[in-house]
Design a protein around this ligand. Structure first.
Ligand code: ADP
Length: 348
C-alpha cells in the first residue's frame, strides 16, 4: 500500500515534469519557429512517452534512495534506545520499512506501559512500607516520650517499657521479612536442600503453634494418620517457615474453635502436594490474584492490628518458587481457605 502511494507520487511528478518540458517545446516550435503543428506533433508525442518513462524511472529511483537513506538515519538514531535491530538493504521494500517502524513504535509503547506499571508499583510499595513502619514507630515514640516525662509508679514504667519493646520487635520483624524478600528477589538467597521428613516438620510446627492455637480454642491436625516418614528434598528451615506462615494465618484469620487441617497427597512424577485448610473467614475471589503481593491485605485495618506485616504470603511464594515448586490458593468468604504447595519427594 505504502509502496503504491510512493509509486503514484513518482508518476505524478514525472507526468508534471514531462508535460512542462513538452509544452515548452511546443510553444517554442509553434510560436518562435512558427512551424505547422503536423510537422512536430508525432515527434513531440514520442518524446512525451519516452520522457515520461525516463523521468519516472529516475524519480522513483532517487526517491527510493532518498527514503532509504533517511530511514537508515532514523534507525541509527533509534537503535541505541531500543532492542530492535533492523536490516535495511539497498532494495528494501518501503512497505517492509513501514511495518518495521510500526513494530518499533508498538514495542516502545509496550516498554513505556511496563515502565509506568513499575513506577506505580514502586510508588505503592514505598507508601505501604512507610505505613507499616509508621504504626510501631509512633507507638515506640509515644511510650519513650511519656517515660522521659518521668513516671513514679514502677509498675507502669515496666508496662510502658514492655510496650516499647513490643514495638521495636515489630519493627525488627518487618525489616527482617523485607530483607528476606529482597534476598529472594535479587537471587542472593540460597537454599540448603537435603532430604528430610515432611511429616516430622509439620508435627514440629504444630507443637510450636500449640499455645497460639489454644488461645482461640482452635485445633491443628492432620486429615489422617501418617505412620511412615515421608522424605522430601528441600530446604527444611525454609519449608518450616512456609508451614509456620500458612498455619499462623489459618489461626489469625480463623474462627473460635476453628480447625486447621493439613493433608498430604502424593502426586505422580515424584511430587507431593501439601494442603493447609481452615474453616476461617475465607477470602473473596476478587482478592485472590493479588494475595501473594508484598503488603497486600484483604482487610486493610483489621489485619494490621493482628500483628502481621503483610509480607507472610509474599515470603511463602518466594520460598516455594525458589525451590522450583508451585503454590495455590482456593478460598470462599465465610467458608474457609485452602493453601497448597508442591514439593519434590526424595526417592533415594
Ligand atoms: P498478614 O501479615 O496481613 O497476615 P500475609 O501476607 O500473611 O500478611 O497475608 C495477606 C492477607 O491474606 C492477609 O492480610 C489476609 O487478609 C489474607 N489471608 C491470608 N491467609 C488467610 C487465611 N488462611 N484466611 C483468610 N485470609 C487469609
Amino acid at each position: 500500500m505504502e509502496r503504491f502511494k510512493f509509486k503514484k507520487a513518482s508518476f505524478v511528478s514525472a507526468l508534471l515534469v514531462t508535460v512542462v518540458v513538452v509544452l515548452l517545446q511546443f510553444l517554442f516550435f509553434f510560436f518562435f519557429l512558427e512551424l505547422p503543428i503536423s510537422q512536430f506533433s508525432s515527434m513531440l508525442f514520442m518524446e512525451f512517452i519516452v520522457l515520461l518513462i525516463l523521468v519516472y524511472i529516475l524519480l522513483s529511483y532517487s526517491f527510493e534512495r532518498f527514503l532509504i537513506t533517511r530511514v537508515r538515519e532514523l534507525y541509527k538514531s533509534l537503535i541505541p534506545t531500543t532492542s530492535y535491530t533492523p536490516s535495511v538493504g539497498q532494495s528494501e521494500d518501503i512497505d517492509l520499512l513501514t511495518t518495521s517502524l510500526k513494530k518499533l513504535n508498538s514495542d516502545q509503547n509496550l516498554e513505556i506501559e511496563l515502565l509506568k506499571k513499575e513506577q506505580s508499583y514502586r510508588r505503592e510499595f514505598i507508601g505501604n512500607l512507610a505505613h507499616e513502619l509508621k504504626t510501631p514507630l509512633f507507638t515506640v515514640q509515644g511510650y519513650v516520650l511519656t517515660l522521659l516525662d518521668g513516671i513514679e509508679d514502677k509498675k507502669i514504667v515496666k508496662k510502658y517499657l514492655k510496650q516499647t519493646s513490643k514495638g521495636v520487635d515489630r519493627l525488627i520483624y518487618i525489616i527482617k521479612d523485607l530483607d528476606l524478600i529482597t534476598k529472594f528477589e535479587s537471587g542472593m538467597a540460597t537454599l540448603d536442600q537435603k532430604p528430610f521428613d515432611i511429616i516430622a516438620a509439620i508435627e514440629n510446627v504444630f507443637e510450636l503453634l500449640e499455645m497460639q492455637a489454644s488461645e482461640n480454642k482452635s485445633v491443628l491436625k492432620f486429615d489422617r494418620e501418617y505412620p511412615e516418614p515421608l522424605m522430601v528434598y528441600a530446604d527444611e528451615e525454609r519449608i518450616q517457615q512456609v508451614l509456620t506462615n500458612l498455619i499462623v494465618n489459618s489461626l489469625k484469620y480463623g474462627v473460635e474453635r476453628g480447625v486447621t487441617e493439613v493433608s498430604l497427597e502424593v502426586l505422580k512424577e515424584d511430587k507431593i502436594l501439601i494442603r493447609i485448610a481452615d474453616n476461617g473467614e475465607g477470602i473473596d475471589e476478587e482478592h485472590l490474584p493479588r494475595l501473594f503481593e508484598r503488603f497486600y491485605r484483604v482487610d486493610k485495618t483489621r489485619n494490621r492490628n493482628q500483628g502481621g506485616s503483610g509480607l507472610g504470603l509474599a515470603i511463602v511464594k518466594h520460598i516455594i518458587e525458589a525451590h522450583g515448586e508451585k503454590i495455590f490458593v482456593e478460598s470462599e468468604a465465610k467458608v474457609g481457605s485452602e493453601f497448597s504447595f508442591s514439593l519434590t519427594l526424595d526417592r533415594n
